[in-house]
Design a protein. Structure first.
Lengths: 118, 493
């Protein structure tokens, strides 16, 4: 059974490329969300194994979205934060968040994603 | 020592001698009484006028007040000559005695500026001189002093044509009428001037007006009482009163004159102070305006940087990220699935073209390269071409303008055309950029719905600051239904 993924990003072109990349790597993309509230609702509803979560969203901060998804309880998905910015731009926020880790968008590939979530 | 000062000292010596001579004549007179009082009053009034007049003359050489006061003092001594037993001196004294009153009219009317104003004032002064010189001389031709009561020991009149009391009285009556007119008119003019004067002017006029009016009232009373033939004791009392007041008069003039100097200095100080306060207030407002404008420019700079960062992040950067992922995926599929790789590469090229276009737009927003390379006409042409609303460029300067002026002009037109496209609902717009009298005048006019509020958006405010930074002016005219006109005027020699 494929590992299921929810993609959260407000840029359609990125979501499309990420979906293609993840599917090519054997992941099952359950859904996409363009903002934080939609992402939390989708995580509750779809119960994905993983969430690829952009830090900058139009409504909520990615770190807050991670907190609230984590607070949903149960098994809960592993969260991978991503951004077009560098990890160092966010200071300690990544380490303090319940997310599994952070991958810069420029580094994102099936391999880096699998290494972090595997 | 200046020649003026020497002349004034000479006049002072002369006045002293004239006073002494006058006193000697009175004291040795056989037809003047009481002699002591007459000497005291003659000298007091005469020397007071000369002394204060010379002082005023020296302090304010360009003003006629000093010479007029001095003249009153000298002519005052004619009274002493009336006491002479010598018929010639006596006659000169009789003829000259009323003269200081005419000069006093002249003095009162020309105080404190030292000159007469208007025809009526000159007529009044002319009447006073007429009464005290020509008419007095005419009267003297017909008066026989030896036949006058109270002048028993007076010498004979050497210029007597005929002792004719009827003619003398008739002339005297005319004199009185003319003198009363001159005095009444002077009182009226001075009182009117005093009523209309400001507080500081009153400080100057009041001593003179009060003393002068008192003197003239007594003089008027004396003239009228004389004509009525009242007892000599009453006439003499009025005469003594007039002389006492006359003696005080020069000091009143001097006080007024000094106050006018102080008053003028105060006025100048007040005016300068008011002007200074106004300038300070203007300067403070200007500084506030500059401070606010500077803060807005700095904030606009930050806002612009945030916009550029956001545009880069949301636009080109996202496309490049997607492109990177697509290329990476294409690389992994290159061997196993060439068709899919081809599709991925096509998509990558589309992403690349879109990213390039977005970067070009962004760069143009920061600084349009066509403006620096090819000038205003080409850059405005580009704006017109890209505008969704038809734009006609009516006029542009043939020559290149200084870079800051070109840049400000370009952004005024760009922002105005953006607003036309967004809000005006216009069928078309015109752009005119011309050079007029050392200024570049920019005008963007549309035929849209109008009613734009220049204070509402930050865009127009930012343009205003940009134009103000070049010492230019910026304005928006927009009434509902009549389109909108954006204008800027930027200095450009």
């Amino acid at each position: 059974v494929s590992t299921s993924v929810l993609i959260v990003d407000d840029h359609p072109s990125f979501r499309a490329s990420a979906r293609r990349m993840l599917e090519a790597s054997g992941y099952a993309v359950l859904g996409e969300a363009a903002d934080g509230e939609t992402a939390i609702a989708a995580a509750r509803e779809l119960e994905p194994d993983l969430v690829l979560l952009d830090v900058q969203l139009p409504d909520l901060d990615g770190f807050e979205v991670a907190q609230r998804i984590d607070a949903l309880g149960g098994e809960g998905p592993a969260i991978v934060l991503t951004s077009s910015r560098d990890r160092s731009d966010f200071g300690e926020a990544v380490a303090e968040s319940p997310a599994r880790g952070f991958i810069a968008k420029s580094e994102l590939s099936g391999k880096t994603f699998a290494e972090l979530t595997g | 020592m200046s020649s003026l000062r020497r002349a004034l000292i000479a006049l002072g010596v002369l006045a002293f001698l004239a006073g002494a001579g006058s006193a000697a004549l009175i004291l040795t007179s056989d037809h003047t009484s009481p002699r002591g009082l007459a000497v005291a009053l003659t000298l007091t009034a005469g020397w007071s006028f000369v002394g204060t007049g010379l002082y005023a003359w020296e302090r304010r050489p360009g003003n006629n007040i000093g010479p007029l006061m001095t003249a009153i003092g000298f002519t005052w001594f004619f009274q002493g000559m009336q006491s002479s037993s010598n018929s010639v001196l006596f006659a000169i004294g009789v003829i000259g005695t009323p003269l200081p009153y005419a000069i006093l009219v002249h003095l009162l009317l020309s105080f404190p500026a030292g000159r007469l104003e208007g025809r009526f004032q000159r007529i009044v002064v002319g009447a006073a001189y007429l009464s005290t010189t020509v008419l007095q001389l005419a009267w003297a031709f017909f008066i026989d002093p030896t036949k006058q009561s109270g002048c028993d020991n007076c010498p004979e009149n050497p210029i007597l044509i005929a002792g004719h009391e009827g003619i003398a009285n008739a002339i005297s009556a005319v004199q009185v009428v003319v003198a009363v007119f001159a005095i009444a008119a002077t009182v009226a003019i001075v009182f009117r001037r005093w009523r209309r004067s400001s507080a500081s002017e009153r400080r100057v006029l009041s001593p003179v007006v009060l003393t002068g009016m008192l003197a003239f009232t007594i003089l008027l009373a004396q003239l009228i009482l004389g004509e009525l033939g009242l007892p000599k004791v009453v006439e003499d009392s009025a005469f003594v009163g007039a002389i006492v007041v006359f003696s005080a008069l020069p000091f009143a003039f001097l006080l007024g004159l000094l106050r006018s100097r102080i008053g003028r200095a105060e006025e100048i100080t007040n005016a300068l102070s008011a002007e200074n306060e106004q300038l300070t207030a203007d300067l403070r407002a200007k500084v506030e305006e500059l401070r606010a404008s500077r803060a807005r420019i700095v904030e606009a700079g930050y806002a612009e940087r945030r916009r550029v960062e956001r545009d880069l992040h949301d636009g080109a950067q996202q496309r490049l990220m997607a492109l990177t992922m697509n290329l990476r995926l294409a690389r992994t599929k290159l061997d196993e699935d060439p068709a899919a790789t081809g599709e991925l590469l096509d998509e990558a090229m589309e992403e690349l073209a879109a990213a390039t276009g977005e970067l070009r737009e962004l760069a143009r927003g920061i600084h349009p390269v066509v403006l620096s390379d090819r000038g205003l006409a080409a850059a405005l042409g580009g704006l017109a071409e890209r505008s969704p609303v038809p734009v006609r460029i009516v006029e542009t300067p043939d020559e290149r303008l200084p870079a800051p002026v070109e840049s400000a002009t370009y952004f005024v037109v760009a922002e105005a055309l953006t607003n036309v496209a967004r809000y005006a609902d216009a069928r078309g717009a015109t752009v005119r950029v011309g050079r007029v009298d050392g200024f570049v005048e920019v005008e963007i006019r549309d035929d849209g719905v109008g009613g734009a509020d220049p204070g509402a958006g930050t865009g127009l405010r930012g343009l205003e600051d940009r134009v103000a930074a070049l010492d230019g002016s910026f304005g928006v005219r927009s009434s509902a239904g009549a389109g909108t006109t954006v204008e800027a005027r930027i200095p450009c020699e």
